[in-house]
Design a protein around this ligand. Structure first.
Ligand SMILES: [Fe+2]
Length: 310
């Protein structure tokens, strides 16, 4: 957006946030109704939580969910995937070194699809002390940090937003992962919290989750799987948020709780949360009709030591 346009958009946004009506905004800014509608449309397309609906301006509190399935054609016998989560980029405790190592290894293995189950960024919490844990405390700062530093890749990374990313929606009015993906051809944003994708006939669901830790690390994953009607269950369910890895197979679904790629922060340390660092490498085999016949997981874990690029 050019500077002038951005300034007017900011004014529209702030007035709408304060509860001014559409007509009051047109009058105050001396703009025609179609000019204000046009600017709101542009803001909405750029990921802002503002929309023009039935003659009035709406500021949304949560990013909109879609039930669209992101389809990727695939017709080979084998598929290799890398499952990662909770990178919390922009935190002083993020682990770009592990990410660089992983993407170099993924290239070597011929992997084209990396799946990320949310908390791409560390966001900006309403917990005041979090600012001391951040390298980049602003929305723009975290966007630029991710766009510049996230490893580039010949394939694509498919990502949903987690609760930390969603904080920006309330404070900055925008979906941060969408803003990042708009600037990076190798990152595909699938939406907030949950998304379905298909690679050939392989059905995958990415889910982030919310709330505190359960008494057992597998509990939330099991409860979430139970909430999906049997006929709609995916072949792979990948979840984030818990920062601890766990795998189980129930009926036809291989469930991967993917931990994080962030060191323990002062906050997680004070709560006694471990921040396990690991990823899943997954091999999928298809039969000659393209149906899934095998899914084989392999866990790779990381410690505190810097991980060197191979
Ligand atoms: Fe997280």
């Amino acid at each position: 957006m050019e500077i002038d346009k951005k300034e007017i958009c900011n004014k529209i946004y702030n007035m709408a946030k304060k509860g001014k009506s559409f007509l009051e905004i047109c009058k105050a800014l001396e703009l025609k109704d179609y000019e204000v509608i046009g600017l709101i449309t542009v803001m909405h397309q750029e990921g802002y939580n503002i929309e023009f609906v039935q003659g009035e301006i709406v500021i949304l509190k949560n990013p909109k969910q879609t039930e669209d399935v992101y389809e990727i054609p695939y017709n080979l016998e084998h598929l290799k995937l890398l499952l990662i989560s909770d990178t919390h980029l922009g935190s002083k405790y993020d682990r770009l070194d592990i990410l660089r190592y992983l993407y170099a290894k993924a290239e070597e293995k011929g992997i084209q699809h990396v799946l990320h189950s949310g908390d791409f960024t560390d966001g900006r919490s309403n917990r005041p002390e979090q600012v001391y844990e951040l390298k980049e405390p602003s929305f723009e700062g975290q966007v630029n940090y991710c766009v510049d530093k996230y490893p580039t890749f010949n394939g694509k990374t498919y990502v949903i937003q987690g609760n930390h990313d969603n904080w920006w929606y309330k404070s900055a009015g925008s979906e941060i992962v969408k803003s990042i993906a708009d600037k990076r051809e190798d990152i595909v944003y699938l939406g907030p919290d949950v998304a379905d994708l298909r690679i050939g006939k392989l059905k995958i669901r990415l889910f982030h989750g919310s709330g505190g830790c359960a008494y057992a690390k597998s509990y939330k994953l099991q409860k979430y799987l139970d909430s999906i009607p049997l006929a709609e269950r995916p072949d792979i369910l990948q979840t984030g948020h818990i920062h601890q890895s766990f795998y189980m197979k129930q009926d036809k679904t291989h469930c991967f709780q993917t931990s994080c790629l962030e060191d323990q922060t002062p906050y997680t340390r004070s709560l006694g949360l471990p921040n396990d660092k690991s990823v899943w490498w997954v091999d999928v085999g298809f039969d000659d009709k393209g149906n899934v016949h095998s899914i084989t997981p392999e866990l790779e874990t990381f410690g505190k030591k810097l991980t060197k690029k191979r």
